[in-house]
Design a protein around this ligand. Structure first.
Ligand SMILES: Nc1ncnc2c1ncn2[C@@H]1O[C@H](COP(=O)(O)OP(=O)(O)OP(=O)(O)O)[C@@H](O)[C@H]1O
Length: 458
């Protein structure tokens, strides 16, 4: 099992300041999130059966902590599947958390029944990515925007409702309101629809708005206008935002702080200027390097080794990013499947006859996928384990740049197999570095000394 950094060497002394997801000391945070977890159980489902277990779970959000001040905009940034939407929904109680704490204005929402959440809902609203899907095509704009007022029984007369709706439409720039009240969504442009969706959220005068990719489906030309509208609402209504995006360019424009997410965890969080000027986590660096040039369309980091985000049902041990990380080293969480990946990378470059010969020595690659620090590689029965060991030694010496080998402590023949002993996996905790907080062992002074000299941060 991976250990927490505090358990390493039995020492609890941290010379880096342990991160307190800080808000200025004089101000209680509006939103206080601690060790939040949202695991989706796949009991008896196809995935559980595939992994040979009775039950499996997707760790969509896995130990997230941060504070948010009133009026602040926090960006949640990461690739698809990193848990942004699940985190956003959990903050509003739309998806139940399986552990941890979320306090909104001092009130705990984790574990609250739907009935006790309902009165809070009006304070906490969400704007979704697709304005076309968010509006009922058969409902005119007045009815759509009035809907939450009705649900929460906020107005007491049709007249009051009409006035609130008209005011909300004015607020979002759908003016004059009379022009829009009786329109069906189909008669509105994409930008106007998203304004109507924002009006429907704003009509309740919420305090927190979780905006999930609110501009990603809009034309480039209207994106900046909608972000400007959200900025105006923040200034005028004192709204607090969680802005979910895979697009760092809009996060840079709109957010005060940014949290970079990877496989359910925050790997780096800090002021937007700091993150953009001094990205520290190797994943943040890769994301920034992938910001497309104007006109280029991509949302996948281009220069990451082994490009795919691993499955959240079985996240990698230690730092989840280690299999893709260009600076991973010994304590990052190496496992049997990383050896299989290293062999596959090598084999992709070999001539067919060399590939066949090496493949024959190793046998079933899937058998390497064993949990824990000890990989027992049993060669096919006609192969001597000494030959397999010699091959693994050759693979290592041919590719010293392959990060996996930094995690190998020893290889030996034992009882007909080759036993590969790996370094202990350590879960990275968020530690302060400069103006941000980073979950990367390169920034943990107790572990960084184990990294190759060229990778160390100081
Ligand atoms: N209801 C659910 N049941 C099971 N797994 C889920 C559920 N909702 C999300 N997941 C899984 O949780 C993980 C995180 O998903 P989530 O949608 O939160 O990520 P995301 O970063 O918002 O991705 P995207 O940018 O594609 O929306 C993914 O592996 C996803 O498949």
């Amino acid at each position: 099992m991976p250990t927490k950094p505090d358990e390493v060497g039995g020492s609890h002394a941290l010379s880096a300041e342990a991160a307190s997801p800080a808000t200025p000391a004089d101000e209680a945070p509006f939103l206080r999130v601690r060790d939040l977890r949202v695991h989706f159980s796949l009991r008896g489902g196809l995935l559980a059966r595939l992994f040979g277990r009775e039950s499996a779970s997707v760790k969509a959000v896995d130990g997230v902590s941060f504070d948010l001040r009133r009026g602040e905009v926090l960006g949640l940034v990461g690739e698809s599947g990193s848990g942004k939407t699940t985190l956003g929904r959990a903050l509003l109680g739309l998806t139940p958390a399986t552990g941890g704490s979320i306090q909104v204005g001092g009130t705990e929402i984790v574990g609250r029944s739907e009935r006790r959440l309902r009165p809070m809902r009006r304070r906490l609203q969400m704007v979704f990515q697709d304005p076309h899907a968010a509006l009922n095509p058969a409902m005119d704009i007045a009815t759509a925007v009035a809907h939450p007022l009705k649900i929460h029984k906020i107005t007491s007369s049709a007249e009051q409702t009409r006035a609130r709706v008209a005011a909300a439409l004015e607020t979002v720039g759908l003016t004059p309101p009379e022009r829009f009240l009786t329109q069906l969504p189909a008669n509105l442009s994409g930008g106007q629809k998203q304004r109507a969706v924002i009006a429907r959220a704003a009509v309740l005068e919420p305090e927190l708005l979780v905006a999930d990719e609110p501009v990603s489906m809009l034309d480039m030309s209207v994106r900046a206008k909608i972000l400007q509208l959200m900025q105006d609402l923040r200034d005028r209504l004192g709204l607090t935002y969680v802005y979910i995006t895979h697009d760092l360019a809009t996060a840079k424009l709109f957010c005060d702080r940014v949290a970079i997410m990877y496989l359910g965890r925050v790997v780096e969080i800090g002021p937007t200027d700091e993150i953009f000027a001094h990205p520290r986590h190797p994943y943040t660096r890769a994301l920034l390097a992938a910001i497309p040039e104007p006109g280029e369309v991509t949302d996948v980091p281009r220069d990451l080794p082994r490009g795919e985000v691993p499955d959240a049902v079985r996240p990698p041990a230690g730092c989840s990013f280690h299999p893709r990380c260009p600076r991973a080293f010994a304590p990052c969480g190496w496992e049997g499947r990383d050896l299989a990946a290293a062999l596959e990378v090598r084999w992709a470059t070999l001539r067919p006859e060399t590939y066949d010969a090496e493949r024959g020595l190793v046998g079933d690659l899937a058998a390497l996928d064993q949990p824990g620090r000890t990989i027992r590689v049993r060669p096919p029965h006609e192969i001597a384990p000494e030959d397999l060991l010699a091959l693994l030694e050759k693979v290592r010496s041919d590719a010293p740049e392959e990060r996996f080998w930094l995690g190998v402590e020893s290889m030996r023949v034992d009882d007909g197999s080759v036993v590969v002993e790996l370094a202990e996996a350590v879960d990275p905790a968020l530690l302060r570095a400069g103006g941000a907080e980073i979950a990367c062992h390169l920034y943990d002074p107790r572990l960084a000394a184990l990294a190759p000299a060229g990778d160390r941060t100081s």
